[in-house]
Write a protein that binds this ligand. Structure first.
Ligand SMILES: Nc1ncnc2c1ncn2[C@@H]1O[C@H](COP(=O)(O)OP(=O)(O)OP(=O)(O)O)[C@@H](O)[C@H]1O
Ligand SMILES: [Mg+2]
Length: 317
């Protein structure tokens, strides 16, 4: 994968091209001091008074005003992203366990807890294999109008040399009966959408397209991603997608009809744990951080106090 492919997949590059086929969004340049704040993990400060903890967070009044204005223009609830990624590995930290935000502080909490956001900021070209110097990146906060997407309607499409070669169910950890019963209809609708609105219109000929089919059957563009390892290949492997070999046993059939290979989870037996599970912290810490279980918090503080007292007596001895 080339650095240029990654540059081309930035939100502010593809959004103007496909604006009419995706969720309404606003893009705000990220001021340098906000980037520094996002990368700084030393903002939690314990006060002198041992019983209270205070958090000092810098304020960004001008940026905050712009963000609030944008959120209002998008009807008050947004889904936040940086140039490429959303903080989808951090939803556990939000009070509502969702990526829905109504304020800048909610966006900050998610961004600061997300490895994917840190990767965007520090290693955007991690899987690129060209030796050229890294292109300069203008970081941006993307705010997208909040839309309740049903996971069973989401699909990831792999486009190679401007051909749609493969489609995978996006939420492959679940079995959705409507996908198996409507396999052909879904595949045809996505292919039609691709041909009419996407094919030959993007800057690259290799890319990965995320789409959503709504309850009326209409297909929408959700995101564009680089064609390479940095993007999850879901029910395919990158080896399969790049080798040029057949993706399917009945390739002759598919090739004749110019049909992409369509993969989805076929039975409940294959249901797997959520892929973001490893990013979560133990339930106890979630309860503590959200105050959902106050007794647990009291226990935790007692434990800390006891520990401190033990240490003090040890020192005295
Ligand atoms: N505007 C929105 N409102 C509500 N939920 C959304 C919105 N946009 C995306 N989502 C949900 O969040 C998920 C991740 O969104 P998106 O694909 O933009 O993130 P990403 O970080 O680029 O993901 P990936 O790393 O898989 O490419 C989507 O699969 C969808 O379920
Ligand atoms: Mg993406």
């Amino acid at each position: 994968m080339k650095k240029e492919q990654v540059v081309n997949c930035q939100f502010s590059v593809w959004y103007p091209i496909f604006k009419n086929h995706t969720i309404k969004s606003l893009i705000l340049p990220l001021p340098p001091n906000v980037i520094d704040y996002l990368l700084d993990d030393g903002t939690l400060v314990w006060s002198d008074d041992e019983s209270t903890a205070t958090v000092t967070a810098p304020e960004f009044p001008e940026f905050n005003a712009k963000v609030l204005e944008a959120i209002n223009a998008l009807d008050g609830h947004v889904f936040p992203k940086l140039n490429w990624s959303s903080p989808r590995d951090a939803n556990w930290i939000a009070l509502n366990s969702s990526l829905q935000c109504c304020s800048l502080s909610e966006v900050f909490l998610l961004f600061k807890s997300s490895d994917f956001i840190t990767r965007d900021l520090t290693q955007p070209f991690i899987h690129c294999n060209d030796d050229s110097p890294d292109p300069a990146i203008q970081y941006e906060l993307v705010l997208r109008k909040w839309s309740e997407l049903i996971p069973g309607g989401e699909f990831r499409c792999f486009v190679k040399e401007n051909k749609l070669i493969a489609i995978s169910q996006r939420d492959y950890t679940q079995y959705y009966s409507h996908i198996s019963s409507q396999e052909d209809i879904i595949c045809q609708a996505i292919l039609k959408f691709f041909r009419e609105h996407i094919q030959y219109k993007f800057l690259d000929e290799d890319f990965v397209l995320d789409v959503y089919q709504d309850s009326q059957g209409r297909v929408w563009l959700i995101d564009l991603n680089p064609f390479g390892k940095v993007t999850d290949s879901l029910l395919f492997t990158w080896e399969e997608l790049t080798s040029g070999n057949s993706l399917t046993a009945n390739q002759a059939d598919n090739a004749q009809q110019e049909r992409p290979e369509f993969r989805y989870t076929t039975s409940e037996v294959t249901v797997q744990p959520s892929p973001c599970l490893s990013y979560r912290i133990p339930r106890d810490f979630v309860d503590l951080s959200t105050g959902e279980d106050p007794y647990k918090l009291i226990d935790f503080l007692k434990l800390k106090k006891g520990q401190q007292e033990d240490e003090e007596t040890e020192e005295e001895v």
